[in-house]
Design a protein around this ligand. Structure first.
Ligand code: ZN
Length: 147
């Protein structure tokens, strides 16, 4: 990888940090890990008061989504429905044995953009940002860029 280790790896120039790498450790094969606060902290560090926050995962078997963070049954419903649609074992060509994870990753997508106003993500009351792990557990990372 050669991009350095640790949370909050900075790639900004000058006093304001405009891009960061944030590590996320997952603990199950499939799970949604909420990263809202990590992204919010990166927005604060960036010094950007009004702009757009881009979040991107550079992985082929995980993704990102925004959904309800109040009731945990919402994320478990999404995960179980994805598993019904794309079961772990099935007739796949890819020999690595994780085809379901690749497909689920494409379904949820790899990037998000959220409006930043008053130095804060403009998420709805019940919304959270989740890293969607489909082939864990492992250490993932997300790029956060605020402009
Ligand atoms: Zn694979």
């Amino acid at each position: 990888m050669g991009m350095g280790e640790g949370q909050g790896r900075m790639k900004g120039v000058g006093q304001n940090i405009k891009m960061e790498r944030i590590n996320v450790r997952t603990t199950k094969r499939q799970e949604f890990v909420e990263i809202t606060q990590l992204i919010e902290d990166a927005v604060k560090r960036s010094g950007v008061k009004s702009g757009i926050c881009y979040v991107y995962v550079p992985h082929t078997t995980c993704g990102l989504t925004i959904n309800e963070n109040a009731d945990p049954s919402v994320k478990s419903d999404i995960l179980s429905k994805l598993e019904q649609l794309v079961p772990e074992s099935g007739r796949y060509s890819h020999s690595e044995g994780n085809s379901d994870a690749h497909i689920k990753s494409s379904i949820v997508g790899h990037s998000l953009s959220v409006i930043v106003e008053d130095s804060s993500l403009q998420l709805g009351t019940w919304q959270g940002i989740f890293l969607c792990e489909f082939d864990g557990p492992r250490t993932r990372y997300v790029w956060v860029k605020i402009t």
